[in-house]
Design a protein around this ligand. Structure first.
Ligand code: GLV
Ligand code: GLV
Length: 322
């Protein structure tokens, strides 16, 4: 079997596939390849499967370049970079790497929350800049977390994991919106499900986004919804950048309509919307919420197992199309 991986990923997948006698070719770019470059690479061999990254735009043109491929296995939980409908039409299986590492993204979410509430990043910047002149009772006054409300939009595995940490670790109340009820979260954390995003935004002290990017979630957080949030509230995004209208967010932050935002993903990533990086009340990380040794190894294993299972047994555990 021949497998193409669009860029270097952590070792486990390569080892698993090669130990099984698969021929694995890895794209040698350091930057994300363009669609053109992906097509060019895929035309070289009759690949049976392709492992893609979330930065790879995969659509009908790409599928046409490699008609032999039965599976496109995305090395990511999100798969909005793949035209799944087109894949389904052609009988191609698409998989993601959802698995046993939701807590990793949950931990990053909490790290972002604490960075805001305890002024970690702001204080670090200040100290490094040589501005610290001695203890000051008025310096960087943050926010306590116990009793505050952690509102999650999307209570799937990642959202629920972050909410459990916020509740168990810091005594926060949990509120959520989701199209499906999460009974476990309700039972374990006393989480309250509300029917509308508006209600959640009005009542939460920290709002964290955990939805997939869909037509219906594009700019889910817009100017109008930002205006509903408390002036003391924080917004955290570890899902997909396009879920927030970033221009509206910059405006809301500039005008102190909300207290702060912490983002791991960006609407036009890797570009950062004008004005965002100049604001003091934001914390920005470069799409690294799942970047731990443990999670990335697990993702690498999952992606290889999906490829093998589909090619050898015709079924894949993490199939996302139907
Ligand atoms: C990362 O953003 C992922 O979807 O895994
Ligand atoms: C702070 O350092 C304190 O001692 O209160």
């Amino acid at each position: 079997m021949k497998i193409y991986i669009t860029r270097q990923i952590p070792e486990p997948a390569l080892k698993i596939l090669r130990d099984r006698g698969y021929e694995v070719t890895v794209g040698d770019g350091i930057r994300p390849p363009t669609k053109k470059e992906i097509i060019k690479a895929l035309r070289k061999k009759q690949y049976d499967g392709v492992i893609t990254l979330l930065t790879d735009p995969i659509d009908g043109d790409v599928f046409d370049a490699v008609p032999s491929a039965k599976i496109f296995a995305n090395y990511a939980v999100g798969y909005n970079n793949i035209d799944v409908k087109e894949a389904t039409k052609r009988g191609i299986t698409v998989t993601n790497t959802a698995g046993n590492f939701s807590h990793t993204v949950g931990e990053h979410t909490i790290a972002l929350l604490l960075s805001l509430a305890s002024n970690v990043v702001r204080g670090d910047r200040f100290t490094r800049a040589g501005k610290y002149r001695g203890w000051d009772p008025m310096l960087f006054i943050g926010t306590d977390l116990p009793g505050k409300t952690f509102g999650i939009i999307g209570a799937g595995r990642i959202g629920a994991s972050a909410a459990k940490m916020a509740h168990r670790g810091f005594g926060m109340k949990v509120m959520y919106t989701d199209i499906v009820q999460n009974e476990e979260l309700e039972n374990e954390c006393g989480a309250r499900r509300v029917n509308t995003i508006e209600e959640l935004l009005k009542e939460s002290d920290a709002v964290s986004l955990h939805v997939p990017l869909l037509d219906s979630t594009h700019h889910l957080i817009n100017e109008k919804r930002l205006s509903l949030m408390k002036r003391t509230a924080y917004l955290i995004n570890t899902s997909r950048g396009q879920v927030i209208d970033e221009k509206a967010l910059v405006k809301a932050l500039k005008e102190d309509q909300i207290a702060g935002a912490a983002l791991d993903v960006y609407e036009f990533e890797p570009k950062i919307t004008r004005g965002l990086a100049r604001l003091q009340n934001v914390v920005l990380t470069p799409h690294i919420a799942s970047s731990t040794v443990e999670a990335r190894s697990e993702m690498s294993k999952i992606v290889a197992e999906n490829v093998i299972s589909l090619l050898e047994k015709g079924v894949a555990l993490n199939k996302v199309n139907n």
